[in-house]
Design a protein around this ligand. Sequence first.
Ligand code: ZN
Ligand code: ZN
Ligand code: ZN
Length: 274
Amino acid sequence: MRVKYLGTAAAEGWPGLFCACQSCKEARKRGGKNIRTRSSALINDGLMVDFPPDTYYHIINFGLDLSQLKHLVITHSHQDHFYTDDLELRRSVFAHLEEGNIMNIYGNRAVVSIMNEILQTIPALNEYLSIHYVPPFETFEAGDIKVTPLLALHARSEDCYIYIFEDGDGKRMLYGNDTGIFPEETWEYIKGLYFNLVSLDCTVGPGKDGNNHMGLPDNIEVKKRLFELGCADEATKFVITHFSHNGGLLHDELVELAKPYGFEVAYDGFEVVV
Ligand SMILES: [Zn+2]
Ligand SMILES: [Zn+2]
Ligand SMILES: [Zn+2]
């Protein structure tokens, strides 16, 4: 399984759109891996997780051709993960696509109801987008990837999801943002399931949260429990992502902090193969 992190920031990006804090000033100055756009990832070049407002920048920056993307999996309806204004452009005359070139969008009830409203307002979009409600804890197939939504601990107004992705080679990834420490039903479901790759929310950087997001102390706690439940071992790769400028630590500092605990720090363009 090959995972490419296209964006690795929280909602406002880093530097934040309108932010004058020290962390944003420092990121602007240092550039490189300190510049983080809103979060999404590409799995095996065929499935994308989340559709942030920076997707256009991602296609330019990483040379992507989304005309052939068939599977888009959405974690929750927050704007930094589900930017519908740009999804509306997947139709004539904004996009010239062959007949039958449909992109499937999978998500929770909130995502589906927002999309259905858009499809009603713009009927032409129905030729190019197909919306699927995917209930938690039920596995579905998106091309050759098996996908299982799990409940996250995040916005309480909808069932936010984290996901299990399993590819044709039997490699399994736990994709875990935006979430605090997982709800018990999620722990119960994943008990005994082995993951080759675990990707965790680290919005607050060195701090602790656990209720809506995580910081490194929460990541350490989650990792420990995953080991105890047989979900991970020394061979499992652990990656942290979805960083906010409010966490304060820039990329190199995060790397230094996370290394002793066995976490790799994602950055925009970071690729991991398991
Ligand atoms: Zn987010
Ligand atoms: Zn800032
Ligand atoms: Zn969110």
